[in-house]
Ligand binder design. Structure first.
Ligand code: COA
Length: 315
């Protein structure tokens, strides 16, 4: 994780906000912020090396690299190409997936499908974002939420399938609920856009909050139903860390006790596609997750987009 912390006290010094408001409304205390010259691929490479070390394998043993990100180093080439080569896996297939904060959930469904179809034996999926690069630090509605980070998993063929159930969805009718207005082909970035900070995230927080709770609950129920299970079979629910109150409401509506809902939002804020793999990797490091556990990864984000994957942990 990037070393520099942005605390609620730091935000108090920059904006008309305070620790009590931020903590009550979001559950956030700290965020990790990448350096000016640190790009998303740098965060992704560090997370990938960590995953390779944990699995005790070489990058050359990975058959395909996927980076889920909405803050790539460049419009193109894909960040995954840079990451794979930096790891020494020149020549291996590599591509990005852009579906905002749902990136990890969509990504793991694709990684598992490639493995289950027999196309690859091992796929590395990295969720990485440098949201600080698109955060308007004059907008207190968003500046308090977003941060930087990366997490990685390796999906490999095994005797039994890890992916038990999957429900994904998207609704592109109102992109402006959560989007970056300028810098794409709809509105190329120009001087006026820069002055308006139109290259930064714009969000209708209340609307997003409501959609997030509804869609995460619906998709979790649907993914468990597809697996022939119910949320009560879940060993650990690992939600996208967007807002502590969203996570609480979703956990309650699913009937999950708080010990089964993994939350680290106080330390990291919202790291978009990185939040689920970071939370998973911390739980694995603590030894919480055991062979055979049933996990649910549930995400929500710009698009709108959402989804839940039910996964049996085989490691
Ligand atoms: N500090 C202090 N006051 C703030 C503030 C801040 N950082 N941000 C907004 N406010 C103020 C507003 O100006 C408003 O003041 P008013 O009543 O005088 O107009 C008041 O607090 C309520 O604003 P509102 O936006 O309705 O607050 P909220 O309870 O909805 O909380 C969010 C705002 C952004 C924390 C919340 O809507 C949220 O988290 N939404 C989901 C966002 C999200 O998860 N996005 C990513 C999805 S992947």
């Amino acid at each position: 994780m990037p070393a520099t912390l942005r605390t609620n006290a730091d935000l108090e010094a920059m904006l008309d906000t305070n620790d009590e408001w931020i903590t009550t409304r979001t559950g956030m205390k700290n965020r990790h912020i990448a350096g000016e010259h640190e790009a998303t691929s740098d965060l992704a490479i560090a997370a990938a090396r960590h995953a390779l070390d944990n699995a005790n394998i070489e990058a050359s043993e990975i058959d395909c690299f996927i980076v889920a990100t909405s803050t790539p180093d460049y419009a193109f080439p894909a960040t995954a190409c840079l990451v794979a080569s930096a790891l020494g896996a020149v020549g291996k297939p590599a591509f990005d997936m852009e579906i905002a904060c749902s990136g990890f959930v969509y990504g793991i469904s694709v990684a598992a499908s490639l493995v289950q179809a027999g196309i690859f034996r091992r796929v590395m999926l990295i969720g990485a974002d440098k949201l600080s690069s698109v955060t308007d630090m004059t907008d207190r509605g968003t500046a308090i939420l977003f941060a930087d980070g990366a997490g990685a998993v390796i999906v490999e063929r095994s005797a039994t399938d890890g992916l038990l159930g999957c429900e994904l969805g998207a609704d592109g009718r109102e992109p402006s609920l959560l989007y970056v207005p300028a810098g794409g082909t709809r509105r190329p970035l120009d001087q006026a856009g820069l002055e308006e900070r139109a290259h930064c995230i714009r969000m209708q927080g209340r609307e997003i909050f409501k959609h997030a709770v509804t869609k995460m609950v619906e998709s979790t129920n649907a993914a468990f139903a597809q697996a022939g299970l119910t949320p009560s079979d879940c060993s650990y629910f690992i939600p996208h860390q967007a807002n502590g109150r969203i996570i609480d409401l979703v956990g309650k509506q699913l009937g999950l006790s708080s010990e089964r809902v993994l939350v680290n939002i106080a330390e990291y804020g919202n790291t978009s596609a990185a939040s689920i793999p970071i939370t998973l990797s911390e739980a694995v490091a603590r030894g919480d997750i055991k062979h055979g556990n049933i996990l649910a990864f549930s995400g929500f984000g710009g698009g709108l987009s959402w989804g839940t994957v039910v996964w049996r942990w085989e490691a």
